[in-house]
Design a protein around this ligand. Structure first.
Ligand SMILES: [Zn+2]
Ligand SMILES: [Zn+2]
Length: 262
């Protein structure tokens, strides 16, 4: 039993077989999935998916840093309304992406701060995207987010960066496909992070874990990242599943929902 804490199931790459992908995940023991929005349209799409799969799919609402220029007071008002729906369990994804820099840096920073305010106002955790922007994310969180909770999704930084992230007591690190690849410090990070501060995710349809050769990632494959995590920490898959599921349930309040899921 695993939770895929970050899967863009609403994207068009699942249009042809979305229901089959969800069913395959459930059959494979992925009992719950969180679909974070990237803009207003995808936040709405994530929420309708969540409504169609109660207790199985949950939604985040927010604007990805790539799309920061689409954020506005009107969009924020819509997010505020959507956040009142019981299936919405997070604000995000939000954050800073200086790798692709699809929106200007200053806009990204302003929009990220707006999400932090919204998370506080709605009392929801935030899902944070960080790419080549660790220092700015930490700076803005220190200034505006010390009291918040959330997750650094698809964590892919260094040991030192992980330690800085973990200084925010309400925040967890989430591991994705990059943990299964070579040439990074993630195994060391995965060994050091406290068991109660880690999550697993796919970031579907991106970041297919090794050794799979598929072109498209899907929630079912979160198992590969969990297996890698278990191997690194010298634990069984069941122990990792239990811990990361409990962490996801606690962070996102998934137990507020009456479901048949254990
Ligand atoms: Zn992301
Ligand atoms: Zn994402």
């Amino acid at each position: 039993m695993l939770v895929d804490s970050h899967a863009h199931i609403d994207t068009s790459r699942f249009d042809a077989d979305r229901e089959a992908v969800i069913a395959a995940a459930q059959a494979g023991g992925i009992t719950r999935m969180i679909d974070p929005g990237c803009d207003l349209a995808s936040s709405r799409a994530a929420l309708s998916l969540a409504k169609a799969h109660p207790g199985v799919i949950f939604a985040g609402v927010g604007t990805h840093p790539h799309d920061a220029t689409t954020y506005s007071a009107e969009v924020e008002e819509q997010y505020r309304a959507l956040a009142g729906e019981p299936e919405v369990v997070a604000i995000g994804e939000c954050g800073l992406d200086y790798f692709r820099m699809l929106s200007p840096r200053e806009t990204q920073r302003e929009v990220f701060c707006a999400h932090l305010r919204l998370a506080r106002e709605c009392n929801l955790p935030c899902i944070i995207h960080v790419r080549d922007s660790h220092e700015d994310v930490i700076e803005l969180l220190r200034a505006h987010g010390r009291d918040l909770r959330g997750v650094f999704h698809c964590f892919s930084g260094t040991v030192k960066q992980a330690e800085e992230c973990l200084e925010f007591e309400g925040f967890l690190l989430s591991f994705a496909g990059p943990l299964t690849r070579q040439g990074n410090e993630l195994p060391e990070v995965a060994r050091l992070a406290p068991l109660e501060r880690i999550l697993v995710e796919t970031d579907s349809p991106y970041l297919v874990p090794k050794p799979l050769r598929e072109r498209r990632n899907q929630p079912l494959f979160v198992r590969h990242t969990a297996e890698k995590l278990a191997e690194i920490r010298g634990m069984t898959l069941e122990e990792i599943a239990q811990a990361t599921t409990a962490n996801a349930v606690r962070l996102f309040g998934l137990d507020r929902y009456a479901t048949d899921n254990p």
